[in-house]
Design a binder for this molecule. Structure first.
Ligand code: FAD
Length: 365
C-alpha cells in the first residue's frame, strides 16, 4: 500500500492546483490509474482489483484526499459504481462490468434529480421494460465524474420500487452536460445527465428486479459515505501540515506565529479535528471489515464527523495562513472550497443528523 501511495503522490506531483484552476484532470492519467486498479481498490482480485479491506482502502483514500479532492472524488464515484454493481448485481453482471472498472474504464453514479436531492423517494427517472429491453428516461443532476465516465450507474423507478441500471455513456439518448463552475472539487467532472428514451438490454438492470428505494439508495451510498469520510481525513491532514509549517516558519511581532497562543490554539483545534475524524473513520472501517451490525450508523457518523471537521478545519487553516493561503491554487484555499461540499454530498449534515437522531431514539435503554 505504501508503494501505491508513493506512486499516486508522484503522479499528482504539484498539479492539483492546476487541475483545480483548469477544471480538468488529464483523462490519460485517470485511465492509467484506473487500469492499475487504483480508482476502486476494494474490488476483489478476481475482477482485477486489489481486494483491499475497508481499513486499508480508507488509509489509501485519505492519502489521495490529502493530495487532491477532485481525484479523490473521481475515485469515490468509481468505487461507488463498482460497489453497487457488486452488491446489487448478479455474478454474471459483476464479471461483465467490474473488469472494465479495473481496466481503465471510468464510471459515475446518478441518483440526484432537479426535484429529488435529499428526498430521493421523489425521483422521477423511470426504467421500464419493453420486450427484451429496458428504456430509461430522466434527468440526473450533479453527477460527479460523469464528464469522464464511460459507464453510468443510474438509479430510477421500476415497477413498485427502484433499480440501478448500467448505462454505457455512449448509448443513443444519453447527453452529458458538464458543470463548469462548481464551488469546489472543480476537476471532479461534475455533470448533468439527460436520458431520453435510452434503450438497453434487459440485463442492464442490476439484480434483474426492483428493490425498495430506501434500501437500494442506502446500499449504494454506503460506500460513497466511507470514501468521502476518509477523503475529509486527507483534507484535514493537508490543512494541518500547511498550517503547522506556516505557523512555525513565519514571524510576526518578533516571533514565530506558532508562539502566539491564539495561533497555537488554531493548530491544536486542527490537530484535534484530524484525530477525531481519523478515529471515527477507523471505527467505521473496522465495522465494515468485521461485518458488524453497527456498520450503517458508524458509516453515517464517520461521514458526518469528518465532513464537519474538515469544513471547520479548512477554514481554520486559511485563518492561520491568512493572505498566504487566500489565492486559488493554494492547498488550503482549495481545501476550504472542497470541504464545504463534503457537508452537502452523500447525505447532507442535516440528513446525517436526522439519521443519527433516529438511531439514538430507537436504541434500547
Ligand atoms: P436539497 O435537498 O434541496 O436541500 C437543501 C437544504 O435543505 C440542505 O441543507 C438539506 O440538508 C436541507 N434539507 C432537505 N431536506 C431536509 C429535511 N428533511 N430536514 C432537514 N433539512 C433538510 N448526486 C448524485 O446523484 N451523484 C453524484 O455523484 C453527486 N455528486 C455531487 C457532487 C457535488 C459537489 C454536489 C454539490 C452534489 C452532488 N450530488 C450528486 C448531488 C447531491 O447528492 C445533492 O446536492 C444532495 O443530496 C442535496 O440535494 P440538493 O442539493 O437538492 O439539496
Amino acid at each position: 500500500l505504501s508503494g501505491a501511495m508513493t506512486s499516486v503522490t508522484l503522479r499528482v506531483g504539484d498539479l492539483a492546483g492546476e487541475w483545480d484552476r483548469t477544471g480538468l484532470i488529464p483523462l490519460d492519467l485517470l485511465r492509467d490509474l484506473g487500469a492499475e486498479g487504483r480508482l476502486c481498490a476494494e474490488v476483489p482480485e478476481e475482477y482485477g482489483g486489489w481486494g483491499l479491506s475497508s481499513t486499508h482502502s480508507g488509509a489509501y483514500t485519505a492519502h489521495v484526499g490529502g493530495l487532491c479532492s477532485s481525484l479523490r472524488s473521481v475515485m469515490t464515484s468509481q468505487g461507488m459504481a463498482a460497489w453497487t454493481i457488486q452488491r446489487l448485481g448478479t455474478a454474471e453482471q459483476s464479471a461483465a462490468h467490474l473488469p472494465r472498472l479495473t481496466g481503465g474504464g471510468l464510471a459515475a453514479v446518478g441518483f440526484s434529480e432537479p426535484g429529488a436531492g435529499s428526498d430521493l423517494a421523489a425521483m422521477t427517472t423511470t426504467v421500464r421494460r419493453d420486450g427484451d429491453a429496458v428504456v430509461v428516461d430522466g434527468h440526473k443532476k450533479w453527477v460527479t465524474a460523469a464528464h469522464y465516465a464511460d459507464l453510468l450507474v443510474v438509479v430510477g423507478r421500476y415497477e413498485d420500487g427502484a433499480v440501478a441500471v448500467v448505462v454505457p455513456a455512449d448509448t443513443p439518448g444519453v447527453r452529458i452536460e458538464r458543470i463548469t463552475d462548481p464551488l469546489g472539487c472543480r476537476a471532479a467532472g461534475h455533470a448533468d445527465v439527460h436520458l431520453d428514451g435510452v434503450r438497453l438490454p434487459a440485463d442492464s438492470v442490476l439484480g434483474g428486479h426492483g428493490l425498495p428505494t430506501a434500501l437500494l439508495v442506502t446500499t449504494a451510498l454506503a460506500y460513497g459515505r466511507m470514501s468521502v469520510a476518509w477523503g475529509c481525513v486527507g483534507i484535514l491532514r493537508a490543512c494541518l501540515a500547511a498550517a503547522t509549517a506556516h505557523a512555525a516558519g513565519r514571524e510576526q511581532f518578533g516571533r514565530p506565529l506558532a508562539e502566539h497562543q491564539l495561533v497555537a490554539g488554531h493548530i491544536a483545534d486542527l490537530y484535534t479535528a484530524e484525530q477525531v475524524a481519523t478515529r471515527v473513520c477507523e471505527h467505521a472501517a473496522r465495522c465494515w471489515d468485521e461485518g458488524s451490525p453497527d456498520q450503517v450508523v458508524a458509516t453515517v457518523l464517520a461521514k458526518h464527523v469528518s465532513a464537519t471537521q474538515a469544513a471547520r478545519g479548512a477554514a481554520t487553516a486559511v485563518q492561520v495562513l491568512a493572505s498566504a493561503g487566500s489565492r486559488d491554487g493554494h492547498a488550503v484555499a482549495r481545501a476550504y472550497r472542497d470541504a464545504k461540499l463534503m457537508e452537502i454530498i452523500e447525505g447532507s449534515n442535516e440528513l446525517c443528523r436526522l439519521m443519527l437522531a433516529e438511531h439514538a431514539l430507537s436504541a434500547p435503554g
